[in-house]
Design a protein around this ligand. Structure first.
Ligand SMILES: *Cc1c(COP(=O)(O)O)cnc(C)c1O
Length: 382
């Protein structure tokens, strides 16, 4: 059976990239590697919409979050954590692990935290060194108004740390335009690669904080060491260089399409996914949905664990369940990276078939038709 991986990480890898990864391993301390890294770093700046350096790290995305906290925030300092889901809570737990006091600004799962709530926290805590948040909260499917947060944080002395792991390359994210000081992403979401690489952009304001921090709590993730090596397009330790070679393929694709065209294509697919599920009478879980995934509430009579099991076993469609309290209650369909509009139609078609099999009243084709209509409405005329 044909398998379709439609989870919000990892995501499918294009055939061209798989072939690139099958090529022989080469030596990394070489002019050829440095030349390749220089090219990739420039393309990463394009992806991040930044003039700042983007530091590549050999880790999953969380490693880059840890690098940000360990380098920029001294023990005993204070950070405002803006969160409304599992990944936002990861910043909070990370801060705790590094003895950083957290001020928690939250919203119920499925809702975004409004910028006004952050404005109040910034006013109450002028000593906060950082604001940590998530652009696309993958556990709920919500997008935060990071542009709105950025305006507030830029006017303060705090740094803005953003987890954009499921957002960069899946929806609009302007690191410089939105005043993001440290922006994190990983390879296995919208970048069409397997897990193993993380990336972190660092603004001048963030470098100033890092340089002022006399006791950074990092060795492998020491960003000053990385900065030194980046001057000659190199890395302090052995990079996952075969993945970097594969990344070059993804970044060339993104450059060729154009980042704004990519955002528009993603937004169009997201609109179609939402229209499809809503036409089936299902309710969206995210009040302010991200463009890289769609989260959908299950009717009371349907356990999403059962539905997802059937989708995988009978149709080769792998979608994601809710996490923790949301397990059994929602489904999450990814549409980022190499997942395209027709994969989304396949996902909706599968959900229709399984809902019907489970005795939920659906008219087969209704969701697919609505999604198709949404796609057709946004096709360029002429
Ligand atoms: C996938 C994801 C992560 C996961 O990080 P890894 O360390 O790469 O597993 C973190 N944050 C968000 C928003 C994600 O979508």
């Amino acid at each position: 059976m044909k398998q379709r991986l439609l989870t919000p990480g990892p995501t499918p890898v294009p055939e061209e990239t798989l072939l690139e990864m099958a090529r022989p391993v080469f030596f990394h301390r070489s002019p050829e590697f440095r030349e390749m890294l220089a090219e990739v770093l420039a393309d990463l700046q394009y992806l991040f919409c930044t003039k700042n350096a983007v530091v590549p790290l050999t880790s999953s995305g969380t490693g880059a979050m840890e690098a940000a906290v360990a380098n920029a925030l001294p023990a005993g300092s204070k950070a405002i954590c803006v969160s409304a889901g599992r990944f936002g809570e990861r910043w909070r737990n990370l801060c705790k692990a590094f003895d950083i006091e957290t001020v928690n600004v939250t919203a119920p799962y499925g809702q975004p935290v409004p910028p006004e709530q952050l404005a109040r926290a910034l006013a109450d805590h002028p000593d906060a060194r950082a604001v940590c948040t998530t652009l696309s909260e993958t556990s709920t499917g919500v997008a935060h108004d990071v542009a709105g947060f950025g305006k507030l944080v830029a006017a303060s002395s705090a740094l803005l740390l953003v987890d954009a792991i499921s957002a960069l390359g899946a929806m609009e994210c302007r690191v410089d335009g939105w005043h993001i000081d440290m922006c994190v992403t990983g390879s296995q979401k919208a970048l069409m690669l397997p897990p193993g690489l993380a990336f972190l952009s660092v603004s001048d304001k963030a470098w100033t904080a890092i340089d002022a921090n006399s006791k950074p709590r990092a060795f492998y993730f020491d960003l000053k060491k990385a900065r030194e090596k980046l001057k000659t397009s190199d890395t302090p330790y052995t990079p996952a260089h075969t993945l970097i070679r594969a990344l070059r393929v993804s970044l060339k694709k993104i450059r060729a399409e154009g980042i704004e065209n990519l955002w528009a294509r993603q937004a169009r697919i997201a609109r179609a996914a939402r229209a499809g599920f809503q036409a089936l009478g299902l309710e969206l879980f995210a009040a302010r949905p991200a463009d890289g995934l769609t989260t959908v509430k299950m009717p009371a009579s349907i356990d999403s664990t059962t539905l997802l099991g059937k989708l995988e076993k009978q149709y080769g469609l792998k979608l994601a369940n809710g996490q923790d309290n949301l397990k059994g209650k929602i489904i999450r369909l990814a549409h980022m990276g190499y997942i395209d509009q027709f994969d989304v139609l396949a996902g909706i078609a599968g959900v229709e078939l399984v809902l019907k099999e489970m005795g939920h009243p659906v008219e087969p084709g209704k969701g697919v038709a609505a999604a198709q209509r949404a796609l057709a409405e946004s096709v360029k005329q002429g």
